[in-house]
Design a protein around this ligand. Structure first.
Ligand code: G
Ligand code: G
Ligand code: MN
Ligand code: NA
Length: 253
């Protein structure tokens, strides 16, 4: 309850920040994007893990206001990076609840035009839970986002309510394989086959595949052999604050 009470004041107290984790192309080796991840530091509670406070924000409905802050912050950051030679598309995570009132498209539109940012520098990641309620409305929104030039990724693929029908009916650019599969591709032949099949299926459908949670060189080599398009994980870089991301980017490039 203390967490919920504090969460209500987190925005006005300016306690949120974003950290950024790069995505790397396995074909060119280049940085192809950065995922923005929300962090909350509270005076009483310290750093509260995202997988703890985000479900709470979803349950209380606070996720809409917080999500607007994330959108605004990420678009401002992408604009800054565009103008400073560290031009990198930023992906934000969206919760199911942010699709509910049908205004997400307009909110994204407002953020882009407010900062004069070209849509190719923004993309969104969503999990299958976003497709559960209002599948039709979500499908329309995703189509409109892509037509507007905003990339769409399905996140944590292979977990939860993951269903092939979503891939069939939703308009998507990228599929991110959940890190639980990546952690076992070097040990389990079965998981390697599974990841191989996910990659083949995605590519046949014109989606590029991102492997999440890559932590070892061995995993990276297996993913390369399997023809995975992009990787993200601690092996390449931990999520970090914008200024540290820029330092890393300049060293890496
Ligand atoms: O970065 P970390 O491992 O702490 O993230 C935990 C979970 O929180 C992940 O599922 C991630 O997608 C989610 N998450 C991180 N940042 C955001 C955000 O800005 N909005 C939403 N909706 N989820 C986020
Ligand atoms: O659900 P989503 O994929 O958005 O969550 C991303 C989460 O994964 C973030 O909280 C991030 O901190 C975490 N993460 C990123 N790279 C790695 C990794 O290599 N290993 C592990 N265990 N977690 C990672
Ligand atoms: Mn994500
Ligand atoms: Na994920």
């Amino acid at each position: 309850y203390l967490i919920a009470a504090q969460l209500h004041h987190a925005l006005e107290r300016n306690e949120f920040s974003l950290v950024y984790q790069p995505k790397i192309s396995l074909t060119t080796g280049e940085v192809v994007g950065a995922e923005a991840l929300l962090r909350w530091h509270n005076a009483e509670l310290g750093a509260v893990p995202a997988d703890l406070f985000i479900p709470l924000a979803e349950d209380t409905g606070l996720i809409n206001e917080i999500g607007d802050w994330v959108l605004e912050e990420a678009v401002a950051q992408a604009k800054t990076w565009c103008e400073s030679g560290c031009a990198t598309p930023i992906a934000i995570n969206l919760s199911a609840r942010q699709f509910q009132d049908g205004s997400i498209l307009q909110r994204i539109e407002n953020a882009l035009s407010g900062h004069g940012l070209d849509s190719r520098w923004l993309s969104v990641e969503l999990t299958e839970t976003c497709f559960l309620a209002n599948a039709e409305q979500t499908a329309d929104t995703l189509l409109a986002l892509r037509e507007r030039g905003v990339g769409v990724s399905i996140d944590d693929f292979g977990t939860g309510f993951s269903s092939l029908s979503y891939i069939r009916t939703m308009s998507l650019d990228h599929l991110k394989i959940d890190r639980s599969f990546i952690s076992s591709i070097t040990g389990s032949n079965r998981d390697r086959q599974l990841v191989s099949a996910i990659i083949a299926m995605s590519q046949a459908l014109g989606l590029s595949v991102v492997a999440e949670g890559v932590e070892t060189h061995e995993q990276l080599e297996v993913l390369r052999e399997l023809g995975c398009d992009q990787v993200q994980g601690y092996l390449i870089c931990r999520p970090q604050r914008a200024d540290d991301f820029v330092s890393w980017y300049e060293q890496y490039s």
